[in-house]
Design a protein around this ligand. Structure first.
Ligand code: G3H
Ligand code: 13P
Ligand code: ZN
Length: 312
């Protein structure tokens, strides 16, 4: 089937108490690992592309890789989404270039400016059959070249969401409830805890409206340990507990963003491969197990965290 928008996907996910996985793609092996897991498990899927990924791999290469996945996985509904669109021009370029969904991330701007930019993107996107994710509240961590410190991050203010959604016309809303980008989300020794009270108040004010969680990697400790064991240096890497993400998916969260866990799975596998096979130098030798590691990790997420397996 051709690329789809997330409209139907989110409606079913909201009603069914599960979430769609939105995984970041940067190259062929990542696209293959993710889409093969979704194909084997009959799971709907969002593939998302950041500004950095477009700069790295080139828009056309990424589009063609995703088109190849669409052909190879004919049973899987796939959304092609722009992650953290920084401005109208980037969103327009993706809308004109075949994406079915874009995020405009003006969450760092004042409320009225965020509304103005988001509204402009929504008007253009909807005229072209494309849906729009917007963001209210600021996550800590690193995305592209933007680094937000924990002190500068802020939870979404539920009292702002109705006005924001009605004035912008956005199709889904990313909120800040304690997740953050990257592999170091919580201080070692503290108990990671998402603000479900904020999520529930947002949902009460926006009944039936799809909510998005960014920064939702769980940073599996087996990958961190492997990376550290085989020459890496990531002490104290901690993610969002899987059971809290599962709970969020049962509530109004319909899209859960995962990138760091893909990076960890791939890096742990490649580091281990070279430790055991120091003479290898052909990319296929280490990229093949790395692709499999991504597939296994994504399959685990689809079943145990998102609950979206067999939902096609
Ligand atoms: O939210 C950020 C994603 O992990 C994308 O990261 O901008 O380095 O591609 P990137
Ligand atoms: P992680 O860094 O937790 O994987 O978050 C990814 C993300 O939010 C992409 O937009
Ligand atoms: Zn994000």
């Amino acid at each position: 089937m051709p690329l789809v928008t997330s409209t139907e996907m989110f409606k079913k996910a909201y009603e069914g108490g599960y979430a769609i996985g939105a995984f970041n793609v940067n190259n062929m092996e990542i696209v293959q690992g993710i889409t093969e897991a979704a194909r084997d498990l009959d799971a709907p899927l969002i593939l998302q592309v950041s500004k950095g990924a477009r700069a790295y791999a080139n828009h056309t290469y990424l589009i063609k890789l995703v088109e190849a996945a669409v052909i190879e996985c004919p049973n899987v509904p796939i959304v092609l989404h722009l992650d953290h669109g920084p401005d109208f021009e980037t969103c327009k370029s993706c809308i004109d270039g075949g994406f079915t969904s874009v995020m405009i991330d003006a969450s760092g701007k004042p409320f009225d400016e965020n509304i103005e930019i988001t509204r402009k993107v929504v008007e253009y996107a909807h005229d072209h059959g494309v849906v729009v994710e917007a963001e209210l509240g600021t996550l800590a961590g690193i995305e592209d070249e933007v680094n937000v410190s924990a002190e500068d991050s802020s939870y979404t203010r539920p009292e702002e969401v109705e006005e924001f959604v009605s004035r912008t016309g956005c199709d889904s809303l990313a909120i800040a409830i304690g997740t953050s980008h990257g592999a170091f989300k919580f201080k070692p020794g503290t108990k990671p805890q998402l603000r479900f009270d904020v999520l529930e108040e947002v949902s009460r004010r926006l009944p039936g409206f799809p909510i998005v969680l960014h920064g939702s990697s769980s940073v599996p400790q087996e990958f961190v340990e492997k990376i550290n064991q085989f020459g890496g240096n990531m002490p104290g890497a901690i993610g969002v507990p899987e059971d809290q993400l599962r709970h969020a998916a049962e509530l109004s969260v319909c899209k859960i963003n995962i990138d760091s866990d893909l990076r960890l799975a791939m890096t742990a596998c490649i580091r281990e491969h070279f430790a055991h096979n120091p003479g290898d130098f052909a990319p296929r030798q280490y990229l093949k197990p790395a692709r499999q590691a991504i597939k296994d990790m994504v399959a685990h997420k689809l079943i145990n965290v998102l609950g979206c397996d067999h939902k096609i």
